[in-house]
Design a protein around this ligand. Structure first.
Ligand code: ADP
Ligand code: MG
Length: 566
């Protein structure tokens, strides 16, 4: 039985485990460390996860889902053909695939996982992530913030010095900045800030927009397939900027081959607004931690998008120095989750570290305030746990009645930074009866408790009667009953997952289908023939012949797929 660390990314997911030599990434059935966070359903109703699903995003967009982490914790429904999924169910399928990769690799069952989440994830998003793991039979006692995981991976917790670290994590769709402090073998997250709607994909989108604008097209002029193909070409071009000053984006639209050359200056100009948005959370995190850039000892780069030279030079300019990139930014979070797994298992090497984290948003309630004219005006936010308070934390505030003979008090549970309650996010409420008395004579104690997994509990006690009411935030947008969870588990258990020993064949066919659509004329015909022959070979079920043919087909596809895969 083993415990694994999972980085459940918006774009890519990874799994790691702890060895005597530290945490190691476990490759998937295709031998790759990164599993794209994409899910697809094939014609037999079987589930495909990862790279195969990513290929099918182009050929079968209506049967494929991606970037669903952005809607984690909501009830948004993804329709894949006949089947419907919640974001957490799609995530569960990714986790299931990672779990199987780990079991296959380690030769043992895996029953427990540490899963990372963006530091800025809300309570509902965290709970949904935890459920996703549990739906596929994993015990998920610990969620870890991605930046905290990154610092663990760098082993910074093993250093004696007192240090302040800034983690700059730019993934596909989220941006997190965290400031951590290390002292006396304790690691504390001092501040987090971020943008849940900013990531490497936005940079790809800039290139898509430049292309469309140049050809006087709008997104509406493209069908789903054309759009997916264009995005893919833009993604390739974006990476080419790391080594080239000019890149070419080519895509087929409405039957004609269109292309655009973009030079680096133009790209820099077009992404200026995105770079500006990167600056703001950095400044906010520093301010919340009462620190200046100069106080930061180490800067750690995390997330695939920090592999871009544009981002790296932006970071060096912003901080006036180079950042840590000794560990592959793609893998650092997953490795840290693996370290945390070992930490949980009380591994001798690192068990002296006490890990703390912070609450990413301010949590509070709504109160009435007395205006100069003497009346009480309701709807003012009253913070109870301030953002960036170290967790676990439990805070209590006493509130009293505001009018004579008031018979009950309603405690709203809110999350956010705005002055007025209506501008913050409503999480739930608790209503308690109080004995009717003159205004101000009855009071309640409102206790907010935020645990290490970022889960909030609220307890209200009526001071005079001792009556207590506890959370279970009834109106939590994402609340799921036991029955609902059971039915998700049931549904996932009945889904047929494509067998892992056939993944390579399936990938080759998915790739061939994509190439078929991307090409025309003779090449297209040739691809069609190769696919047919390969399918015939598969039908014969002779493993040696299959392997030989697979190699040949792969070589041919490599020569056609000039820009390669990634
Ligand atoms: P997430 O944490 O959201 O799953 P990742 O950390 O895997 O995301 O980062 C994915 C992003 O990184 C994508 O937007 C991708 O385009 C970008 N990316 C990956 N490699 C490179 C590269 N070499 N140059 C520029 N961007 C890259
Ligand atoms: Mg990530």
């Amino acid at each position: 039985m083993a415990i694994i660390g999972i980085d459940l990314g918006t774009t890519n997911s990874l799994v790691s485990y702890w060895t005597e030599d530290g945490a190691k990434i476990i490759p998937n059935s295709l031998g790759e460390n990164l599993t794209p966070s994409v899910v697809s359903i094939d014609e037999n109703g079987e589930v495909l996860v990862g790279k195969i699903a990513k290929e099918r995003q182009i050929t079968h967009p209506e049967l494929t889902a991606s970037v669903f982490k952005r809607n984690m914790g909501t009830k948004k429904i993804y329709k894949l053909g006949e089947k419907e999924f919640l974001p957490e169910e799609l995530s569960a399928l990714i986790i299931k695939s990672l779990k199987e990769d780990a079991e296959h690799y380690l030769g043992t069952t895996v029953n427990e996982a540490v899963i990372s989440v963006p530091a800025y994830f809300s309570d509902a998003q965290r709970k949904a992530t935890k459920r996703a793991g549990e739906m596929v039979g994993l015990k998920v006692e610990r969620l870890i913030s991605e930046p905290t995981a990154a610092a663990l991976a760098y082993g910074l917790h093993l250093k004696d010095e007192d240090t302040k670290i800034l983690v700059f994590d730019l993934g596909g769709g989220t941006f997190d900045v965290s400031i951590l402090e290390l002292f006396d073998n304790v690691m504390e997250v001092r501040a987090v800030a971020g943008d849940n709607y900013l990531g490497g994909e936005d940079f790809t989108q800039v290139l898509v927009s430049l292309f469309l604008k140049h050809h006087n097209l709008s997104v509406k002029d493209l069908d789903k397939k054309e759009y997916s193909m264009l995005r893919k070409q833009a993604e390739i071009a974006k990476r080419e900027f790391n080594n080239n000053k000019v890149v070419t984006i080519t895509s087929k639209i409405n039957g004609s081959d269109l292309s655009l050359d973009v030079d680096i200056e133009e790209y820099e100009k077009a992404t200026k607004h995105l770079l500006a948005r990167l600056r703001e959370p950095v400044e906010r995190a520093l301010k919340d931690a009462s620190l200046k850039i100069g106080d930061i000892k180490h800067i750690i780069l995390v997330g695939g998008a920090t592999k871009s030279t544009l981002i790296r030079s932006f970071v060096s300019k912003l901080f006036g120095r180079l950042a840590y990139v000794n560990i592959n930014p793609d893998e650092v979070v997953a490795l840290g989750a693996g370290v945390q797994g070992a930490l949980k298992g009380k591994n001798a090497q690192i068990d002296e570290v006490i890990l703390t984290d912070v609450c990413p948003y301010t949590l509070g309630t709504s109160v009435s305030v007395r205006r100069a004219q003497g009346y009480y005006e309701p709807g003012h936010f009253f913070p109870i746990i301030e953002r960036n308070t170290i967790i676990p934390v439990s805070r209590v505030e006493r509130l009293c009645t505001t009018y004579d003979n008031q018979s009950s008090i309603n405690v709203d549970i809110l999350q956010g930074e705005a002055r007025l309650s209506k501008d913050n996010i409503y999480l739930g409420e608790i209503n308690v009866p109080v004995p009717p008395k003159p205004a101000g004579e009855e009071a309640i104690d409102v206790r907010f408790t935020y645990d290490v997994n970022g889960i909030l509990e609220v307890e209200v006690t009526v001071v005079s009667t001792g009556l207590k009411k506890r959370t279970i935030i009834e109106n939590e947008p994402n609340h799921m009953s036991k029955e609902e969870i059971a039915s998700c588990i049931e549904k996932l258990a009945h889904l047929k997952i494509h067998p892992r020993d056939q993944q390579e064949n399936k990938l080759l066919i998915a790739r061939g289908e994509r190439l078929y659509e991307e090409n025309t004329g003779e090449i297209r015909k040739q691809i069609g023939e190769i696919l047919r022959e390969f399918e015939d070979v598969l039908d014969k079920q002779d493993p040696r012949l299959i392997q030989k043919t697979r190699e040949l087909v792969k070589q041919t596809f490599d020569s056609i797929d000039i820009k390669g895969e990634f």
